[in-house]
Design a protein. Structure first.
Length: 201
């Protein structure tokens, strides 16, 4: 399933993930490898991430390959591309899939979209995240394995604490990577190895 934590503020957007790829075999997961990128930088205003089960011959970035042809694609257009991809594949993919998109919107504000595929209705569910000024100057998005759901609030609070106690983005990323490693102790679909990507400014 894997794990991605997204954080956006008024001047940055960061994704932190593990690197374990789990593939689907008869609706069961099998660890494929521990060196698969889950997060990608499309351009200097757009990040993409994917968690869930994948077929052995399926690439994590299949959903964004059409986006790579348009280096000026907007965040909203990228979201629509993912929705189009899910509509075409919804009956032909393993029944566990989330996508996270983050970056600057048309107004130059950082925000994130978490797209969860509901396989009971075969329709996507979209959650929008953006700093709610002046009460909160950052937003947190979690895409985690189902077996960690009972700890979601705990992980959210840990990320919140990491942000509030960090003096730099780099320090925050290091602390959040540690939270990913804590999640790996609960879910065997998450690895200890992590990677980070950020948009700054």
């Amino acid at each position: 399933m894997s794990a991605i934590i997204g954080i956006c503020s008024t001047n940055f957007c960061s994704f932190i993930s593990d690197k374990r790829k789990t593939t689907n075999q008869n609706e069961n997961w099998v660890v494929s490898n521990d060196d698969t990128p889950k997060i990608f930088k499309i351009h200097d205003k757009l990040l993409f991430g994917a968690t869930g089960l994948f077929f052995a011959n399926e690439c994590i970035d299949d959903a964004i390959k059409p986006l790579l042809e348009d280096q000026d694609i907007s965040l909203k257009a990228a979201v629509q591309n993912i929705l189009n991809f899910l509509e075409k594949r919804k009956y032909k993919m393993p029944k566990m899939r989330n996508y996270l998109l983050g970056g600057k919107d048309e107004d130059g504000q950082y925000c994130m979209y978490l797209i969860h595929m509901n396989f009971e209705t075969y329709s996507p569910e979209i959650t929008f995240f953006q700093p709610q000024l002046p009460t909160a100057n950052y937003a947190i998005a979690l895409s985690l394995p189902p077996e960690t759901m009972q700890y979601q609030n705990q992980y959210f609070n840990s990320v919140n604490h990491a942000i509030q106690t960090s003096k730099t983005v780099e320090q925050m990323l290091g602390k959040t990577a540690g939270i990913i490693r804590e999640i790996s102790k609960v879910s065997s679909t998450v690895s200890q190895d992590t990677m980070t990507l950020s948009l700054l400014g």
